[in-house]
Structures are given as structure tokens and as C-alpha cells.
Design a protein around this ligand. Structure first.
Ligand SMILES: Cc1cc2nc3c(=O)[nH]c(=O)nc-3n(C[C@H](O)[C@H](O)[C@H](O)COP(=O)(O)OP(=O)(O)OC[C@H]3O[C@@H](n4cnc5c(N)ncnc54)[C@H](O)[C@@H]3O)c2cc1C
Ligand code: HEM
Length: 411
């Protein structure tokens, strides 16, 4: 007899598997990062062609392993616990990322096989046939949801998933700030630009001088250019002996006018809706790339909508797109801009010295917040705004890397 009621959603897992997953979730969670690290090692050894698809920086730092582990554990938990937080936004983010990389349904069995093998390798004899079958079911439920959402996104954007990239020619380089360069890209196939929702990104695939090929995501940093797509790249310097960023260094130092890059269709769900109501755009460093297209959009479509931009950077010399954002903001009826720099030039009377502090700025009821920058920065923005009564559901964020928002605690 079923014990479920109308208010308790039934788990899509088969009955036996739900019990097994419930009994083993804690041990899998405790070893999840070891499992996903083992998984990548196995899969990329057997399928070296995938090295050109997976971000090797995220492999070296372990961030992708951690993001995959966190997503699988969170997915399993919400299958067995109806009170677990909604998983929809995690699924959506992964599907958008996959679509920007041209992931195909036929690749899911490869990932599934190596992930299950990694579970067995890490947990050893503890993994009975019954446990393996239950986690295989979790994997395929997750995979099926992703495949379905990715099919929907490919179709919505009119993308043939077997040919997800288009060639774009670099037609201009603009030095925006110290170590920040915008590249203006024009389709080299003669076709029009795709639709871009402000806040979305593209995956750019770069053929590196060492013969390797690597994708990275870059926000479309302006949508006001008609026939051109703009990305704005901040050169990443390695800290504490770590190497400099491979693709950002290539794009800022070596990519020249006339070069052709393979670029995906726009993807991502960090998108402002058109419901009237005030907006706060809180950014730090390279996160400014999400601010300009959103301010441009509001200037084009809702110039009476109130917009506050708040930006933090190391110095004014590092602050990219500042003038362009202010220029777009001047087209709005109600626009306020705040800046914080770790080091302020004595002649700069507009900016505040130090880290961003949103505890005193005037905030309207119903404000929607879009924040983008390093994770510690976004956590501070969020905790300050939650303390000021802004609902969590009104705070949207974009992570410029694998989403580890819920993995690293605030502690
Ligand atoms: C949705 C999204 C939007 C984005 N938008 C923008 C944007 O608009 N502008 C922008 O500038 N960036 C953006 N990014 C970030 C961008 O995609 C890249 O992550 C960034 O440019 C760095 O790539 P890279 O190849 O230069 O660095 P990588 O080579 O990938 O290095 C990344 C980090 O890993 C470290 N690392 C690499 N190898 C090792 C190793 N062996 N040991 C230890 N550490 C190592 C490096 O030191 C560095 O800190 C976005 C990212 C996402 C996900
Ligand atoms: C159920 C199966 C899968 C799950 C749960 C999953 C999960 C994830 C997650 C959590 C991310 C990081 C998203 C982010 O925060 O940006 C990601 C990225 C990615 N996934 Fe998947 N994925 C699955 C299947 C696949 C398959 C079949 C492929 C194809 C080989 C694939 C290739 C990639 C690549 C290339 C990235 C980007 C990695 C990076 O930037 O470091 N994934 N996936």
C-alpha cells in the first residue's frame, strides 16, 4: 500500500531504489568529491578527445569535480526528501552550460558508465549490486531531465546540436582597463547575429598555440551593437604560484583583428524580466560585463525603470566599461551609480575606499537584485541584503566558473 498523500510528491525513483538511496546518500555525499575526481580521471583517460571540451583550468583546481559532486548529491537528496530546496535552478544552469558546449544525448552513457565505475572504485565492496542499481537509476533520472531540457533549449534557439558553433571574426579590440580587453566579433558565415538576452554568455572555443583547444564562457557585454557581438575579457593572473589563465591571456594578448573564433549561441538564465520594479546591479571586477547589457536593455525598453548600479574594483584603472555604463545610465530617468575601490586616487571624489557596503544605500520595496563577481563578494552582497529584508528569491547571481555557491559555506 502506498503511503504517499496528495501533499507529498511521489519520488520518481522506484520504491526499492528510494530506500537504498536514502540509506546510502550520506556515505556517497561524504565521498562525492573523491568519486567525481576519480570519474574525470577515468573518463578523460579513456576519451582524450573530451580534453578539448572540458575546461582544463577547472580540472586542475578541482572546481568542476566539486560542482558535479554537489549537483549529483543535491539531485539525489531532492528525489528522496520532498522538503529539500527546489532543484530547478541548478538543473537550468547545467542545461544552459551544456547547450553552450554542444553536449549531445549520446555522450550521457559515457559519463554514466564512468561515474558508476568511479562510485565502485572509491567505495569498493560496500557497493552491492542493489546499491549500484539504485544510483544508476539516480543518474539516469538526472540525465533524462537534462537531456530533455537541453533538447528544449536547442530547439528554442534553433541550434543543430551537432553543429553548435559558428565562426566569428574579430573586427576590433578595445582596451577597456588595465588587463581588460573587449573583442568585437562579427559572424564570418554571413548569417545574422543570434538573439541575445542581456546577461547571457557565449562559449568561445580557442585553438591554443600548443595545439590544444579550449572553451571558456564570456558574457555578451553589450547588445547595443546590432551586427556585432561584444565580449570583454579580463586577463587572469595566477595567484600564489598558480599559472596565469590560459584562454584569457590568449584572448587579451594574442587574439588579433582578422582572427576567427568558434563561438556558441548565447546561453544562460541570468536574465532580467520585464516586470516593472527597481533593479540593483551589484558587480565586482569582471562581473561588470553583465551590468552594461542590462543597463542598455532597460534604456531601450523601460527607461522609466529605476536602476542602481554598485560596482567594486581594485582601483579605477581596473574598472572596465565604467564610462559606457554611465553613458547608458544617462538615458534612464532614475539611475544611481556607486563605486568602491580598494585603493582610491585622492583626486577621485566620486568613489568610496574599501569593499562594497550596501548596508546604507536607499533600497526600494520590491527591488530585484542581480549580482556578479567572485563568490565571497556575492555572499557578502546577499547577506547584507537579506539582513535588510530583501527576499532571497529576489537575489539572482551569476558565477564566472563552475557554480560552487552552495558548496563552500559562509563560514
Ligand atoms: C557564465 C560565465 C560568464 C563569464 N563571463 C566572463 C566575462 O564576461 N569576462 C571574463 O573575463 N570572464 C568571464 N568568465 C570567466 C571565463 O570563462 C574564464 O573562466 C576566465 O577567463 C579564466 O579562463 P582562463 O583560461 O584564462 O583561466 P584558466 O587557465 O582556466 O585558469 C583558471 C584558474 O585556474 C588556475 N589554474 C590553472 N591551472 C592550474 C594548475 N595546474 N594548478 C593550480 N591552479 C591552476 C589558474 O591559476 C586560474 O586561477 C565567465 C565564466 C562563466 C562561467
Ligand atoms: C547527469 C549527467 C550530468 C551531470 C549531473 C552534469 C553536471 C554538470 C555540472 C554540475 C556542471 C557545472 C555547471 C556550472 O555550474 O557551470 C557541468 C558542466 C559541464 N558538463 Fe556536465 N553533467 C552531466 C553530463 C554531461 C555529459 C554527458 C557531458 C559530455 C561529455 C558533460 C560535459 C560537461 C562540460 C564540458 C561541462 C563544462 C565543464 C567546465 O567548464 O569545467 N556533462 N556538468
Amino acid at each position: 500500500m502506498s503511503t504517499s498523500t496528495a501533499t507529498q510528491p511521489v519520488s520518481p525513483l522506484s520504491h526499492g531504489s528510494a530506500d537504498v538511496v536514502g540509506a546510502t546518500a550520506a556515505v556517497v555525499a561524504a565521498h562525492a568529491e573523491a568519486i567525481t575526481a576519480t570519474f574525470y580521471g577515468r573518463m578523460l583517460t579513456e576519451h582524450p578527445e573530451l580534453l578539448r571540451l572540458f575546461n582544463q583550468g577547472n580540472q586542475a583546481t578541482g572546481e568542476q569535480s566539486r560542482a558535479l559532486a554537489a549537483s549529483v548529491v543535491a539531485y539525489a537528496v531532492q528525489l528522496i526528501d520532498p522538503s529539500a530546496p527546489s532543484f530547478a535552478h541548478v538543473l537550468e544552469r547545467i542545461a544552459h552550460k551544456h547547450v553552450s558546449l554542444g553536449i549531445l544525448p549520446a555522450q550521457y552513457p559515457i559519463v554514466g558508465r564512468h561515474l558508476l565505475a568511479a562510485v565502485k572504485e572509491v567505495l569498493g565492496d560496500a557497493v552491492t549490486a542493489e546499491i549500484a542499481a539504485a544510483w544508476d537509476e539516480v543518474y539516469w533520472l538526472f540525465a533524462t531531465s537534462l537531456i530533455a531540457e537541453e533538447a528544449r533549449l536547442y530547439q528554442q534557439a534553433g541550434i543543430d546540436p551537432t553543429r553548435p558553433l559558428r565562426p566569428y571574426r574579430v573586427v576590433r579590440r578595445i582596451v577597456e582597463a588595465r588587463e581588460v580587453v573587449s573583442l568585437l566579433l562579427e559572424p564570418a558565415d554571413g548569417q545574422p547575429l543570434p538573439d541575445v538576452a542581456p546577461g547571457q554568455y557565449v562559449s568561445v572555443f580557442v585553438d591554443l598555440p600548443d595545439g590544444g583547444r579550449q572553451p571558456r564562457q564570456y558574457t555578451v557585454s553589450s547588445t547595443a551593437l546590432g551586427t556585432r557581438l561584444q565580449i570583454t575579457v579580463s586577463r587572469l593572473r595566477g595567484a600564489n604560484g598558480a599559472p596565469d589563465g590560459v584562454v584569457s591571456t590568449y584572448l587579451t594578448e594574442q587574439a588579433q583583428v582578422g582572427d576567427v573564433l568558434d563561438v556558441s549561441a548565447p546561453a544562460g538564465d541570468f536574465v532580467v524580466n520585464s516586470v516593472e520594479g527597481p533593479l540593483l546591479l551589484a558587480s565586482a571586477g569582471a562581473g561588470i560585463t553583465t551590468v552594461l547589457p542590462i543597463v542598455e536593455l532597460i534604456a531601450r525598453t523601460q527607461p522609466a525603470r529605476r536602476v542602481i548600479v554598485a560596482h567594486a574594483d581594485r582601483t579605477a584603472g581596473d574598472h572596465a566599461l565604467r564610462e559606457t555604463v554611465l553613458h547608458a545610465g544617462r538615458q534612464l530617468d532614475d539611475f544611481t551609480s556607486y563605486t568602491w575601490y580598494e585603493t582610491v586616487d585622492p583626486s577621485d571624489e566620486q568613489s568610496v575606499r574599501g569593499y562594497m557596503d550596501l548596508s546604507d544605500i536607499p533600497l526600494d520595496d520590491g527591488i530585484q537584485v542581480f549580482t556578479c563577481g567572485p563568490l565571497p563578494f556575492m555572499r557578502l552582497v546577499r547577506s547584507t541584503l537579506l539582513a535588510r529584508g530583501v527576499p532571497a528569491t529576489s537575489i539572482h547571481y551569476e558565477v564566472f566558473g563552475p557554480d560552487l555557491w552552495s558548496v563552500q559555506s559562509d563560514a
